[in-house]
Write a protein of this length. Structure first.
Length: 277
């Protein structure tokens, strides 16, 4: 069976949740998939769990690398797979059974579409809708509004060079800035098809726990200065846009359906600091 989509699962000490993630892949109504678990130097039982799933279903493979970060893990997974479409699933998250089928169908039907993503929800220590709403490339430069659980084309992934391996946080945001620069034709599925785990000591952010967030945001801003200049002109205009988006998001962040406002506003606040310097 030739796979239509490659599911890349970076994993770092997520053995506690990895079975749930892989079970959600096995439960997909689409059968033409391949899945690779990239163990990024885990010291827990992630390897044993992943290998058990490999023995259960030959569509799942496992590879180990010395700890190099989530970007390197995702890039390695892509390099070892072959399907024309890619989906990235962190080792502690879960996808609902129709996600891959609907994503593949949309991308095959709409050849101009660069990226497919869906509505999602939190589970674990927080609950409610994971608010993701891409509005424009201009707004994307100020805050990530897509999230890493998305379908992209392999050719586009390779065209922009994959994930930046110097980033250990916000790497998906920086990837989208490059991916959508020339064409931001994307589609949001209007139903909840993934669950993003939150917990008091979240494995989903244990890479970011080591990261210096301000340094990484400055890195992104400086790396794409020409894009910020193109869309905002001057630092003053970036500040103005920050204030507009922050005010717009205040209502969302105060609502019962969105309880992680700091994580979304953090990049915006850092950009504001950067442009004031």
């Amino acid at each position: 069976m030739i796979p239509k989509i490659s599911v890349v699962v970076p994993c770092y000490n997520q053995g506690k949740f990895l079975s749930e993630a892989l079970d959600s892949v096995l439960a997909q109504t689409l059968q033409e998939w391949e899945c690779i678990v990239v163990d990024d130097g885990s010291t827990d039982d992630s390897a044993d769990i992943a290998k058990a799933y490999c023995a259960k279903d030959n569509r799942i493979r496992y590879v180990y690398q010395e700890n190099a970060g989530p970007s390197a893990a995702r890039n390695k997974g892509v390099s070892l797979t072959s399907a024309p479409l890619l989906f990235f699933l962190d080792g502690d998250d879960v996808i609902l059974s129709e996600l891959l089928r609907l994503g593949v169908e949309h991308m095959e039907k709409h050849i101009d579409c660069i990226l497919y993503y869906t509505k999602g929800e939190y589970f674990g220590s927080r609950h409610g809708e994971f608010i993701l709403n891409y509005t424009s490339y201009r707004d994307l430069l100020v805050a990530n509004s897509i999230g890493c659980l998305c379908v992209v084309r392999r050719r586009d992934f390779e065209r922009v060079g994959g994930f930046d391996e110097d980033l250990f946080g916000y790497e998906d945001w920086e990837f989208f800035i490059r991916l959508l620069y020339h064409n931001d034709t994307i589609y949001k599925e209007p139903q909840i098809l993934f669950k993003y785990r939150c917990n008091d000591s979240p494995c989903s952010v244990n890479y970011q726990a080591k990261a210096r967030h301000e340094e990484k945001t400055m890195y992104i801003y400086n790396k794409h200065l020409e894009k910020y200049a193109e869309y905002y002109g001057t630092p003053f205009h970036v500040t103005h846009e920050y204030n507009r988006l922050a005010k717009e998001l205040d209502g969302i962040l105060a609502s019962n359906t969105y309880k992680v406002g700091k994580s979304l506003l953090y990049p915006l606040s850092l950009i504001k600091k950067i442009i004031k310097r």
